[in-house]
Write a protein that binds this ligand. Structure first.
Ligand code: ADP
Length: 263
């Protein structure tokens, strides 16, 4: 596809980004000491697409999500979101661009001493400056969406893992992000709670235009929600294909081996 210049909200041209492209990583390298986790990675995700990252543990998938969430920085390369640099960029711009991205973690990461409702309203009020009433009304709508309308006043620790993860999903959506990052969101759940959370995410994928970037070992889920699946190995994308291709007829032997081990 051709590289064009697009415009965004403030009318400034976004150099080198394609129309419709929401996330772009170019030449991204990340090292932890001597361990080169990502080595010159290029990745592009269009707005509204659902992209799943699969591959063996330690191949760098979570590191990509953490870089997009600005929880860790690349050593080299550029990251652009919605036509604006997330890296490298001045701290003030990073805070603005970051507002477009929400993340749901494996371990929920809820604030344990706040009610469920406050967990969801905290960031919209503090970060977006949303009036408290509006944030609460929105939080109640989201709790309804995730099936927890009756848990507004509960502490997260009183909820099951599946319920806590639903709150975490509602909390991420409360910021109205353009991008939702999902990092092995069912790995910490008891097996009987996994399907409910995945069904909720399937609904969100179907009924919103949110862009999703998802790391998962749930291949059935990946098959259902993805427009594209990226197979990682040693910090590189070794195969990228739609789910119907990669799960039934992968090009690479390494992909075949990985899938036969996990399926
Ligand atoms: P994946 O998500 O594919 O399992 P990760 O991105 O979590 O892989 O990790 C890739 C590699 O980076 C692993 O070797 C991991 O040990 C290493 N790594 C990740 N985070 C850190 C860290 N904070 N400090 C040191 N090494 C790390």
């Amino acid at each position: 596809m051709s590289v064009e210049t697009s415009t965004h909200d403030d009318g400034k041209p976004a150099a080198g980004t394609r129309r419709g492209e929401l996330i772009r990583l170019e030449g991204v390298t990340k090292r932890f000491g001597d361990n080169t986790v990502l080595d010159g990675l290029d990745l592009s995700v269009d707005a509204g697409r659902h992209v799943t990252l699969i591959g063996p543990s330690g191949s760098g998938k979570t590191t990509i999500l953490r870089m997009l969430m600005t929880l860790t920085k690349p050593d080299e390369g550029t990251i652009t979101v919605d036509g604006e640099h997330l890296f490298p960029a001045p701290e003030k711009r990073v805070r603005e661009v970051r507002k477009k991205i929400g993340m749901v973690f494996q371990q929920f990461n809820l604030f344990p001493n706040m009610s469920v409702l406050r967990n969801i309203t905290e960031a919209p009020v503090r970060v977006l400056g949303m009036p408290k009433d509006e944030a609460e009304a929105r939080a109640r709508e989201l709790l309804d969406l995730v099936g927890l309308a009756d848990k507004c006043d509960a502490r997260p620790t009183r909820l099951s893992g599946g319920q806590q993860q639903r709150v975490a999903i509602a909390r991420a959506l409360a910021m109205r992000p353009r991008v939702l990052l999902l990092d092995e969101v069912t790995s910490a759940l008891d097996p009987e709670l996994v399907a409910g959370v995945l069904d909720l995410l399937r609904d969100i994928a179907r009924s919103t235009d949110i862009t999703m970037l998802c790391v998962t070992h749930e291949m059935g889920f990946a098959r259902d929600i993805s427009d594209q699946v990226l197979m990682f190995d040693s910090g590189r994308v070794i195969e990228a294909a739609p789910p119907e291709k990669i799960f039934s007829d992968p090009e690479r032997e390494r992909t075949r081996e990985f899938l036969s081990a996990v399926l």
